[in-house]
Design a protein around this ligand. Structure first.
Ligand SMILES: Nc1ncnc2c1ncn2[C@@H]1O[C@H](COP(=O)(O)OP(=O)(O)OP(=O)(O)O)[C@@H](O)[C@H]1O
Ligand SMILES: [Mg+2]
Length: 400
């Protein structure tokens, strides 16, 4: 079983890369499904499929090759099919004025229904052994970051809140209903949530197992794209998902020598080098900008050749963890592995949400996760190949 996510900023080539990987995987004889949450449904566009056919098939897997299926989830349908009870309860509750502040906070951590529905499919396909390979074409970075926090948020919710809420509703509910004008959930609501958790059980283990699941970040060699990719890189690492490749898409081919593109070429080279430095030791896969957009089966195959060459797209190109974040005694520890062993002193420089680390000749810039970006004190310790950075306290606005 292999699950590969394609994530990255809007428009960088995620859907194209996912399609290319799926086509190659199916050619190796593996039953492969490419799933997309994208409401614009560009997956079927890239395969140049008839819209009428897709509409008929609405939301279900559609076979597009001997071993290849595509599925464009129809969120409205999924939500109304699966969680009518929860959904109606939530909207009822959210529409009630005077909603208790704590209750509102709890509800806010409940994950997006779209993402949950994708997780349900993953779990179902893995357990039912329907496919050998699942390829996921993610929404642009913002949303995929929300997606990866779901298993953690759900676990927290079920452990800390759910049982208490259920008990409270059972005993206090009938009285509260009379006193306050707030709807109290009935047994059906809790049964529906319990059923949902049951169906999601184990999905976090699947997603964080590097033998099964890899994330491939798609990027372009441009400043703004790279910045967002770095942030996504950090978050996927922190949620313990394995990133095994960075696909650097849309490089100007070396035979384009036109003067007009001179600055583009120089900038692309510069940002490519920066990306190599930043994402090391995760490998970068360079991909050229084509003469035309990626459209149709042959074009997708051409892209697959450009990305993978002779390599098998189902390989695990990198399995180590570049970063880990722990919380101990109220302080955060960010641990990273360095590509060398050194006894030299570590120099840290934090500016706003960026941390610049220098160890001898090695320099790395890290975009800090929100939890630690506001810390007042930052210290580092080098142990073997691991560098640990400790974050303490709150910083109220000043820079260090
Ligand atoms: N290497 C390439 N050469 C030429 N065109 C490309 C290349 N990669 C992607 N494209 C084209 O760029 C456009 C955007 O690509 P794609 O839809 O794969 O991006 P995306 O990251 O999925 O976008 P979105 O965030 O909107 O989902 C498409 O028209 C695609 O054909
Ligand atoms: Mg897309």
């Amino acid at each position: 079983m292999r699950i590969i996510f394609f994530a990255g900023k809007g428009g960088v080539g995620k859907t194209s890369a996912a399609a290319a990987t799926g086509v190659r995987a199916a050619e190796t004889g593996k039953r492969t499904i490419i799933m997309s949450l994208d409401v614009a449904h560009s997956l079927s566009d890239i395969f140049d499929l008839d819209k009428g056919l897709m509409d008929l098939n609405r939301g279900k897997p559609l076979q597009v090759g001997e071993k290849l299926w595509i599925q464009e989830l129809d969120i409205l349908e999924e939500v109304s099919k699966n969680w009518k009870d929860i959904h109606s309860y939530l909207s009822l509750l959210l529409n009630t004025t005077g909603l208790d502040e704590i209750l509102a906070e709890e509800l806010a951590i409940l994950p997006g229904m779209e993402e949950v529905s994708l997780l349900l499919y993953i779990n179902r396909y893995v357990k039912g052994k329907d496919y050998d390979v699942i390829i996921l074409d993610c929404a642009p970075t913002g949303e995929s970051i929300r997606f990866i926090s779901i298993p953690t948020a759900l676990e927290w919710y079920i452990k800390k809140i759910f049982k208490m809420e259920r008990t409270l509703a059972k005993y206090v509910g009938p009285i509260a209903k009379k006193i306050y004008d707030v709807p109290i959930p009935g047994e059906e609501y809790f049964d529906a949530i319990e059923h949902l958790f049951e169906r999601l059980r184990g999905v976090d283990r699947i997603l964080t197992d590097p033998e099964t699941t890899s994330v491939r970040l798609v990027a372009n060699p441009e400043k703004i794209v790279l910045k967002e990719t770095q942030r996504a890189f950090m978050y996927f690492c922190l949620y313990r998902m394995n990133i095994d490749a960075i696909i650097m898409n849309r490089l100007l081919p070396s035979d384009v020598t036109d003067d007009y593109f001179q600055s583009w070429r120089e900038n692309q080279k510069r940002y490519f080098r920066k990306a190599e430095e930043y994402f090391h030791p995760v490998p970068l896969f360079p991909v050229n900008l084509f003469k035309v957009e990626v459209l149709g089966y042959d074009s997708i195959k051409h892209l697959a050749n450009d990305i993978y060459g002779e390599r098998n797209p189902l390989d695990r190109f990198f399995t180590d963890k570049p970063y880990e974040l722990f919380k101990r005694d109220g302080a955060y520890e960010l641990r990273m592995s360095l590509p060398f062993v050194s006894r030299e002193s570590v120099e840290l420089n934090k500016v706003s949400d960026e941390l610049i680390i220098r160890v001898g000749g090695f320099k790395r810039q890290i975009l800090l996760p929100r939890q630690v970006a506001s810390s007042a004190s930052v210290k580092a310790k080098l142990e073997g190949r691991h560098l640990s950075i400790f974050f303490r306290g709150e910083n109220h606005g000043q820079k260090t």
